[in-house]
Design a binder for this molecule. Sequence first.
Ligand code: ZN
Length: 325
Amino acid sequence: MDVEPLGLHHVTAIAGDPQRNVEFYLDVLGLRLVKRTVNFDAPDTYHLYYGDEVGHPGTILTFFPWPGAPRGRRGTGQTTTVAFSVPESSLGYWAERVRASGATMSTPHTREGEDVLVLLDPDGLQLELVAHPDADPRPPWEAGPVPAERAIRGLDHVALSEMGYEMTAGLLVDQLGFRLSREDGNRFRFDVGEGGPGARVDVLCQPDAPRGLVAAGTVHHVAWRAPDDPVQLDWRARLVEQGLDVTPVLDRQYFHSIYFREPGGVLFEIATDPPGFTKDEPVERLGQALRLPPWLESERSWIERQLPELKVPERPGRPEASPPV
Ligand code: ZN
């Protein structure tokens, strides 16, 4: 492959109650709600996007919240962990913060030279906060409730649970340009491009685990970054050549997407960096109002009546941009 993915673009998961979801990701994890829209395939339900100030690719976690949705089951054929990168020495702060929120969590521990805190979101989605000796240069969202020097920098990696791993490893290395960078028991780490936070995936070989069941508290798919449309089309052609079923390019409004299942069953997406979340609202107002794609605008009043009320905590813009009150 001439150009490999630039790293993670976003992860999309299923949630239950949207209000509980928004409160956890804004108030506890300190992310920014960068887009409030609907599930284009089921426009009477929300699609919520969290990320950094502008929702840069590699910082984005999105949810389809279905009120009352049954719990899913973590297992093989799934992305089972979504890990965020946090500054070194910040896990003590995070452990206190997460404990105070009442969320289920582990005690911080060291795994292969990285400090890790495992926690569950209110729907049981497994998250990790990973602190590295190497600084993550990505700037955090500074106007959230977490001090900038502790705040999440973006996605670190995802972990895929697989019955075997050779076929998945083959796709990652031979078709997507990843390289094996570490092996620790049943955990195989692959980096892509420059590697490091936001550009890696752990493949867990778990032949005894149950098959995953996608519902609330589980990941629906993981998306990799394509720099632009022509590169995405090129990758699509190559993947089809390898015998994979790949969707046509779909317009997701903020990026263009193709989807396919990797050999172990995990749903992969390749999403373009452009046009991004400022396509339909300015940076300072991201996430404040319900945005609909042009083809759903005519149904706006019906859609607004169907959606549950969502109270989003008021946050000022960047600190230096806000007048003192
Ligand atoms: Zn997606």
